[in-house]
Ligand binder design. Sequence first.
Ligand code: ASP
Ligand code: MG
Length: 411
Amino acid sequence: MALYVQKYGGTSVGSVERIEAVADKVKSFRAQGHDIVVVVSAMSGETNRLIALAKDIQEHPDSREMDVLISTGEQVTIALLAMALKKRGIDARSYTGGQVRILTDNAHSKARIQDIETQRIRTDLDAGRVVIVAGFQGVDADGNITTLGRGGSDTTGVALAAALKADECQIYTDVDGVYTTDPRVVASACRLEKITFEEMLEMASLGSKVLQIRSVEFAGKYKVPLRVLSSFKDGPGTLITTEDEDTVEKPIISGIAFNRDEAKLTVKGVPDLPGVASRILGPISRQNIEVDMIVQNVAADKTTDFTFTVHRNDYDKAYQILQQIVAELGAREYVGNKEIAKVSIVGVGMRSHAGVASKMFDTLAAENINILMISTSEIKVSVVIAEKYMELAVRALHAAFNLDKADTVCE
Ligand code: ASP
Ligand code: MG
């Protein structure tokens, strides 16, 4: 018998029928003797609907009131699920984040969890009840309602699992696990049985949308075994856990992530002098624009080309900022490109294998795909390429690194 924290996402509780199906599932776990704490999201579309209502009143509504508003979606689903369980003869109780006391800082709309009181939940579990907690929300030290950022119910689930020392945090969603890449792009993508926290964090940061990034960070930090599974179909899902110590041959690459969210900007012919990078990126960061990749190199004429990427939404703002800087710096010109994509290979096996990056470059070369930028970390290699070649690149890499179905990483 185990203690599981089960988180059901918006689609899994998207209608009364689906909430009843979740209740059936929880009931079957209870029948096996497990203790269950359930975390739910709002019904799918509900949080967006609430945000739209607020925006009808004001473009930038008060952040405290915004959290009071958008936390209501989860209050609906906890109550409905508790009713559905009671109807099935299962004793259950629902709690908002504030009632449990999920204490957060006061950064409205992106609050961080600081502490969770577990006493009340423990008492309920000991009394044989299923405990249902509203995801995505907490309270600050003054009792104001806070929310944890979009997709934040994942983080509630993981944080509760850590606080309760649960055996597993199970994230029920509309996909049946973490895939080697998006199956909509590569039909032969397959479900991973296991992936490490580090790899999952890279995958999430690089564009895989299965889990909220912060929840993966949290799970890794507190070593909470995390499992992603489908609410609609039975199966073992994907376990996200610490790296195995065993010597069994591990795949070199676990997955391929991609995204079209970035745009690149280049300042050409900048005099090669100290302070150039800071004079270009300083004004960019002062406008709260995050820079992802950076490349700088010096040409024979002792000038440098300086290229960096930003989120596509920030592109126009960054472009305008460059306009001023370029004149001040005495640079030759500046150019921008929004039609780019970032493709990344991720795998802890890279640490112990040479030649992974060159295999990636060979594969892209064989498809005649030009690489515009490269960046690496210990467990990933990312390239920026023209957006129109993104799917081709992902498919070619998927095959080259033996990730296609029937290869070793899939069961
Ligand atoms: N309902 C919130 C959202 O849509 C939190 C969540 O679903 O995890 O972002
Ligand atoms: Mg969600």
